[in-house]
Design a protein around this ligand. Structure first.
Ligand code: SF4
Length: 262
């Protein structure tokens, strides 16, 4: 049966990940736009990102840990909507834990770099472009200019440092950002940098054109499949422990008859 809603205009790296982990997850989230519940990790991550974004709105010398702390209350207020509070079950104990975790992330961030010395070119900026017939979209956390004039794409992470298969894939989203930046600014940045602020890991790699092209190819193949499934009116479910464990649509999926992994 055809879908009542239109296909999204753009494919973002996070939606590409949803699609890759399970086609049906993409259907529920991106095509049918079913609401998904906030999680504690998601809310905490958004607050820390917002604080760091505000910090980089200050001039270099003003970017201190004390200044970062002054942005916490307003950032919490803007992210902890009534719905979000309900969904994560915020009570006094969880609020104390949240404050502690935010502080851990911020002090962890200041151990990784000295923001007063960072030459930020841009922060939190959106990019859209069609590459290899695939409409791509992404939001960069930060773009820095190094002393030699080269550019580094920076992304903050508040989760743990990835292991196993996730370790190998950790730069995949950023490679798509690199392709988007090159397409929109006609310059290829030199490096990708992941700052795991809570885990205390600063992970920097040079950009490799072949790897960037491979990620664009992956997005392009996914976009073709998305269009085919959309035309057929169904995205096949691919239940697996790793995909279903974090999926917000287990209820809908079970109700449609899929044997969702416990
Ligand atoms: S519950 Fe599992 S099979 Fe169903 S949509 Fe989510 S990831 Fe896919």
């Amino acid at each position: 049966m055809p879908f009542a809603s239109s296909l999204p205009v753009y494919l973002s790296p996070s939606k590409l990940n949803d699609f890759t982990s399970c086609y049906r997850k993409y259907q529920y989230g991106a095509v049918e736009r079913l609401p998904s519940k906030s999680s504690y990790a998601l809310v905490k991550g958004r607050i820390v990102h917002l604080v760091l974004d505000k910090l980089f709105g200050l001039d270099g010398e003003g970017r201190t840990l004390e200044a970062a702390r002054t942005f916490v209350a307003a950032s919490k207020e803007s992210e902890l909507t009534e719905t979000a509070q309900e969904e994560i079950g915020l009570d006094q104990a969880l609020d104390i834990k949240l404050e502690e975790d935010i502080e851990k992330s911020l002090s962890g961030y200041f151990k990784l770099e000295d923001p007063t010395r960072v030459n930020k070119k841009q922060a939190e900026f959106k990019m859209k472009a069609t590459i290899a017939e695939t409409p791509l979209y992404g939001i960069l956390d930060r773009l820095d200019e190094e002393e030699d004039g080269s550019l580094t794409i920076v992304d903050y992470k508040t989760g743990s440092y990835p292991r196993g298969q996730y370790y190998e894939k950790r730069f995949e989203n950023m490679q798509i950002y690199a392709a988007l930046f090159k397409e929109t600014h006609k310059i290829r940045p030199a490096n990708l940098r992941l700052l795991y602020v809570e885990a205390g890991v600063d992970d920097l790699v040079p950009i490799n054109g072949k790897e960037v092209d491979a990620q664009v190819g992956r997005a392009s193949a996914a976009w073709r499949m998305i269009n085919e499934f959309y035309a057929k009116g169904e995205f096949p479910a691919r239940p697996s422990k790793s995909a279903c464990r974090w999926c917000p649509y287990t209820k809908e999926c079970r109700e449609s008859g899929v044997q969702v992994e416990a």
